[in-house]
Design a protein around this ligand. Structure first.
Ligand code: HEM
Length: 402
């Protein structure tokens, strides 16, 4: 019977190295034994983990769970990213999100398709010339960073610095980096990004262009709707959220296809399946395994368990997406799966703003890849990111061909 008490063996599994590589069997046990459970990382820190689909879907929408860092902590200490929409509750969230919503609708984003197709072709040419190589370095990392940098108006010469800063920011949550050094690198990266965007805003103020930075600046300058800190938070969030997550979708998606040559063949034979293949990749091996933290604003009952006021809550998307109560044969990769109401982009007011962009990049990437190649295999030197929230590869060397 499900309880809200974690067994010592499950806690040990959550702490083990193998949880990074293979979390899905552990999630299954959690769903079966304790779908709403307090995970005590130490004597004085822990979180409630929610792992079944219905509870996760509900919690993502539940406004009794706050994400508002500014409300919870000292507003004076809030960094630009703390003040971004990802970490605010309505109505502050609504106002921030409305300012960028129009730039990210599927229709607006679809206009980027020809440019993304060109980038995909160029990057695949590079991989093809060498018969393969590290898919992360040669394809999965350069594609999203180039797209988001072009959207924001970051010149080409500055992109390597962007990649570094973004990796440092997210690296702070890598399991092996829960050290002062990791956090210092993250703070330094955030400061470098902030300074860079401040300079860019000053330049765009003098000479506006067509990019998103100029657009946001006009909203900022025409009224008092976005202050300097909010603008910085918005730009930083778009850069970080739009980068690492899509990188991981591309890497995890390719790994899934390489593990399932039949599904590769199926996509190659029917390229119109690319859209649903991407949805299945998002479900099967979600790039964001746990949503960003929420806190209960009041004692809240979830799945028969009371979560005390102020407790922190992790919605385990990666587990919800494998729940057999929602998905038939959940551990099987089925690129034609329908319906497929996965939670990889969240739910409710914080539903991923960049979903249309991530979907487009991935669709064009996998269409291109499977059109060119009849298969690929993993080569020596695979390295996973030591992170259980952002699931992905640091290196994914591949050899092209069956
Ligand atoms: C495969 C790629 C991506 C995945 C898996 C992903 C996942 C997510 C998830 C799960 C959330 C909700 C977090 C929560 O409720 O705690 C979210 C929010 C967000 N994402 Fe994404 N994301 C991806 C790509 C992108 C891209 C390309 C962009 C921007 C260009 C982006 C921008 C955002 C923003 C701004 C939010 C906050 C929305 C809000 O608070 O209203 N994401 N994303």
């Amino acid at each position: 019977m499900a309880t809200s008490i974690l067994s010592p063996t499950l806690l040990a599994e959550l702490r083990s190295e193998s949880f990074v590589t293979s979390p899905y069997a552990v999630y299954r046990r959690l769903r079966e034994e304790a779908p709403v459970v307090w995970v005590p990382w130490s004597e004085d820190t822990g979180q409630w983990w929610l792992t079944d689909y219905a509870t996760c879907a509900e919690a993502l929408r539940d406004q009794r769970f706050s994400k508002d860092i500014v409300k919870r902590f000292n507003p004076e200490e809030a960094t630009p990213i703390d003040r971004s929409m990802l970490f605010r509750d309505p109505p502050a969230h609504t106002r921030l999100r409305n300012l960028v919503n129009r730039s990210f609708t599927p229709r607006t984003i679809e206009r980027l398709a020809p440019r993304i197709e060109t980038l995909v072709d160029e990057l695949l040419d590079g991989l093809g010339r060498d018969g393969g190589g590290d898919f992360m370095a040669k394809f999965a990392m350069p594609l999203p960073v180039t797209v988001i940098a072009e959207l924001l108006g970051v010149p080409e010469a500055d992109r390597p610095a962007f990649r570094r800063w973004s990796a440092d920011l997210i690296g702070a949550s890598d399991a092996t980096k829960q050290s002062e050094a990791g956090y210092e690198a993250a703070l330094a990266a955030e400061a470098s990004i902030a300074q860079y965007f401040r300079d860019m805003m000053a330049l765009r103020r003098l000479r506006p262009t067509e990019d998103l930075t100029s657009l946001l600046l006009q909203v900022h300058d025409e009224g008092d709707r976005l202050d300097e800190g909010e603008l910085l938070g918005m730009l930083t969030l778009l850069l970080v959220a739009g980068h690492e997550t899509t990188v991981n979708l591309l890497g995890n998606g390719l790994a899934a296809l390489m593990d399932h040559p039949d599904e590769w063949e199926r996509l190659r034979a029917a390229p119109s399946l690319a859209e649903s293949a991407v949805e299945e990749m998002l479900r099967y091996d979600a790039p964001v395994q746990r949503a960003t933290f929420r806190w209960s604003l009041a004692a809240t009952e979830v799945g028969g368990t009371v979560i005390a006021e102020g407790a922190s809550v992790a919605v385990v998307i990666g587990s919800a997406n494998r729940d057999g109560g929602q998905f038939a044969d959940p551990d099987r990769l089925d690129i034609g799966r329908t319906p497929n109401r996965h939670l990889a982009f969240g739910r409710g007011v914080h539903f991923c703003l960049g979903a249309p962009l991530a979907r487009l990049e991935a669709r064009l990437a996998f269409e291109g890849l499977t059109r060119r190649w009849d298969g690929a295999a993993v080569a020596e030197g695979v390295v996973r990111r030591p992170n259980t929230a952002f699931r992905g590869f640091r290196h994914l060397p591949v050899r092209i061909g069956r």
